[in-house]
Design a protein around this ligand. Structure first.
Ligand code: ADP
Ligand code: ZN
Length: 713
């Protein structure tokens, strides 16, 4: 089917991608058939392509409504880097600039126009009467829902769009998948029988790891070595409080890590500077409260660390989702402690929607305590089932051992009962471990029968056991009574031997090393491919600085990695690289080629020999000039002309008439007849008194030869 081919060609030509990701093609087909569409895809899933490809196929303007100015600029930069006519319009621009832009829009010189909702609404009468519109895309569409986590009142006015343009298809996109938000979006935008696409929210490239009860000093050691092992990679560390972000950044700086902090208490200009430094790879690590990340499209964030337990799974998933948008392996690491849980509980106690939020925290805790594959739990939370364990989380790497924990639980429950259920976690552990702390002695807790009965377990292990007992419902925490522990009915059944309980082994393991070989490996001299990657990365940086865009706008890490894998030897071969559309090949191909050649020379690697004619042919077909081809292939132009002559002979090219004139051809024809020379160029050149250049003679001879051959057939 013809229509099925075209979007794919656009994808290749402009974005340099070989294949669509799941659902992208179906979505695009629908949009091209004027269907209203709702797209639910995780961050990094590839939503943009779903409206950018149709925009390039449709005759008139595509409006893209986007709530964040920073994001708008980023997306437009990325489109322009692919040679696509895109622009953004928002209130940060001067009136004069806006008018110039609108003039260009009116001339249909812009294919995609990004606008803030306010701006679009303000200009609605103008657009409605002056500009033909092909498609409207609503990015971050969950902002329309008051149920969502990022409600923006101005989004609700977007219902006017359907009134103004009843026949223009709307595609709404979001990474928030819950049902209420979904319904809200469709209703509020008045979508007409929308096609709804829900992509899998699985992000298999993210490794998942949770570390429990690691002491502060040890944690800093772990975090710094984690970061050091990822030389040259960027990441985010989420902290619970503003103060914690500042402390973390300072601590990391002591270890020589380029870290900075970011939180809502800073001035807007400070925040945007820090964000900018991160986007441009000048800062390696950002320590931030959850305020950070919304306006960031950076595709090469290689790790996300949570310094403490997030409030809920939605937030957690969104935060880790900021890693590895380019699809390359990236690592996530979550630290949590009982202290985190208590702190979050007390926040929730003081807030509205207490019950809902407590339930959400419980689910978060269950994830952190997961005895089975974490990804399974994560996806189950979002309503998806994963058939197989992922093998890319710490639980899959080191499956939990379950043991009969009845006796241990009884020790703890019995000690608790003998304090009249009047102690919290820490005191209970001290009793179990036989501590002679003042508080223990003063309260005569050292006389309890089970005093010291749990000596063989460390403090951290007991914390974990008690947390399991909490999660399993053997005990409850009385938040309104100094966080003391109370035994439940279920707990009493265990205590009195009526039931048994399984617990999960608690030994504190060394941090798991994710299977990701890319991030963890330390770059060594021997590993020349990694050196090539670094070299390409450095030259990307130079290009990015020259154009004043973030490096990932020039190429994603995934693209650089594909170059390392494919080692293209010509511009023609660069077209094969994932993420290099024609525009980028033309613009950057030569620079990259030189880097590759330099690397090959330095490491004594021979260039594989390709079919030289084919290379030239491929470049010709992409519309490169002879001069460009010669430059790229580091051959003389005369050689390229000889390829042309040869390709014409073998009928791989059928028209070379633009390289010579009819009078040249007549002259060469005559000279050929008069000299009897059919191959050598010089005799003809001299015969014509140097009036026709060598390369033209060569082409004309080729034309004549083919005429003769064709005449023979
Ligand atoms: P989202 O908006 O859903 O967060 P993006 O549209 O920014 O995701 O896409 C995420 C990344 O995936 C980008 O780096 C993009 O270039 C890449 N991408 C999108 N579609 C494809 C595809 N079909 N093949 C390869 N990479 C793709
Ligand atoms: Zn797993």
């Amino acid at each position: 089917m013809q229509t099925a081919i075209i979007p794919q060609q656009i994808l290749k030509k402009h974005f340099g991608f070989e294949n669509f990701r799941p659902l992208q093609e179906e979505i695009i087909e629908g949009v091209l058939q004027h269907k209203d569409t709702l797209v639910l895809m995780p961050t990094g899933g590839g939503k943009s392509v779903c409206f950018q490809v149709p925009a390039l196929l449709l005759p008139n303007l595509t409006l893209v409504v986007s709530p964040l100015i920073a994001l708008m600029k980023d997306q437009v930069d990325a489109l322009q880097a692919n040679g696509i006519a895109a622009a953004f319009l928002n209130s940060s621009m001067s009136e004069a600039d806006q008018n110039v832009l609108l003039e260009r829009v009116k001339e249909n010189a812009i294919k995609l126009l990004y606008v803030s909702p306010e701006k679009l609404l303000a200009l609605l009468p103008y657009f409605a009467t002056q500009i033909p519109i092909s498609l409207i895309a609503i990015d971050e569409a969950h902002c329309i829902s008051a149920w969502g986590h990022d409600f923006r009142p101005e989004y609700t006015k977007l219902k006017q769009l359907k009134e103004v343009w009843p026949n223009v298809p709307i595609v709404a996109l979001t990474a928030t998948a819950d049902k209420i938000t979904r319904k809200d979006i469709m209703q509020q935008l008045a979508l007409q029988e929308p096609a709804v696409f829900v992509a899998s929210f699985d992000r298999p490239n993210l490794s998942l790891q949770v570390r429990f009860g690691v002491k502060k000093k040890k944690k800093m050691e772990e975090i710094t070595s984690f970061i050091h092992a990822r030389a040259n990679e960027c990441g985010i560390i989420y902290c619970l409080s503003r103060k914690a972000t500042e402390e973390m950044a300072t601590d990391l700086q002591v270890f020589g890590i380029a870290a900075d902090f970011y939180h809502a208490g800073m001035s807007a200009s400070d925040r945007s500077k820090i964000q900018d430094d991160f986007i441009h790879d000048r800062t390696k690590v950002i320590c931030a409260t959850i305020a950070f990340g919304m306006g960031i499209d950076k595709s090469n964030v290689r790790f996300v660390i949570h310094n403490s337990l997030p409030k809920n799974m939605e937030g957690y998933y969104q935060e880790i989702g900021r890693a590895g948008r380019d699809g390359l392996p990236s690592d996530t690491l979550l630290y949590y402690s009982l202290g985190d849980v208590m702190m979050l509980r007390s926040f929730i106690e003081e807030s509205g929607q207490k019950e809902l939020n407590l339930e959400k925290l419980n689910r978060m805790q269950q994830y952190a305590e997961a005895p089975i594959c974490r990804r399974k739990i994560l996806l189950a939370y979002f309503g998806e089932t994963l058939a197989q364990a992922c093998q890319n989380c710490d639980v899959c790497q080191a499956p939990r051992q379950v043991f009969d924990g009845t006796l241990l639980a009884q020790k703890a429950l019995s000690a608790l009962a003998r304090t009249n259920q009047n102690v919290g976690v820490n005191v209970l552990i001290d009793i179990l471990r036989g501590s002679h702390r003042k508080e223990i002695i003063e309260n005569n807790y050292d006389r309890i029968k089970t005093f010291g009965a749990g000596k063989d377990k460390s403090f951290a292990e007991w914390q974990q056991l008690l947390l399991q007992m909490l999660n399993l419902g053997l005990v409850e925490m009385a938040y309104d009574d100094n966080y003391t522990l109370k035994i439940t009915t279920f707990g009493n059944d265990i205590l009195y031997g009526k039931r048994k309980i399984d617990l999960v082994q608690t030994e504190v393991k060394a941090a798991f090393v994710p299977k990701n070989p890319w991030g963890v490996k330390v770059y060594t001299e021997q590993n020349t491919e990694e050196l090539l990657f670094e070299q390409l990365r450095a030259s990307r940086r130079v290009l990015a600085e020259k154009e004043n865009v973030p490096a990932y706008v020039i190429f994603s890490d995934a693209t650089l990695k594909d170059i390392v894998a494919k080692k293209p030897q010509s511009l023609a071969q660069f077209i094969e690289v994932n993420g290099m559309g024609e525009h980028k090949v033309k613009k950057y191909g030569n620079t990259l080629l030189k880097e590759l050649q330099r690397w090959q020379k330095e490491h004594g690697i021979k260039q594989p020999k390709g079919n030289t004619y084919k290379e030239t042919l491929a470049l010709l077909q992409q519309g490169f000039s002879i001069e460009d081809i010669a430059l790229t292939r580091q051959l003389h132009e005369s050689t390229i002309y000889s390829h042309l002559a040869q390709l014409f002979q073998t009928k791989e090219i059928n028209d070379i008439s633009k390289y010579y004139s009819e009078s040249d051809l007549a002259l060469v024809r005559k000279a050929r007849a008069e000299t009897g020379e059919t191959k050598q160029l010089n005799p003809i050149y001299t015969h014509l008194q140097e009036a026709v250049p060598h390369h033209v003679i060569r082409l004309c001879l080729s034309v004549i030869e083919r005429e003769e051959k064709d005449g023979d057939d």
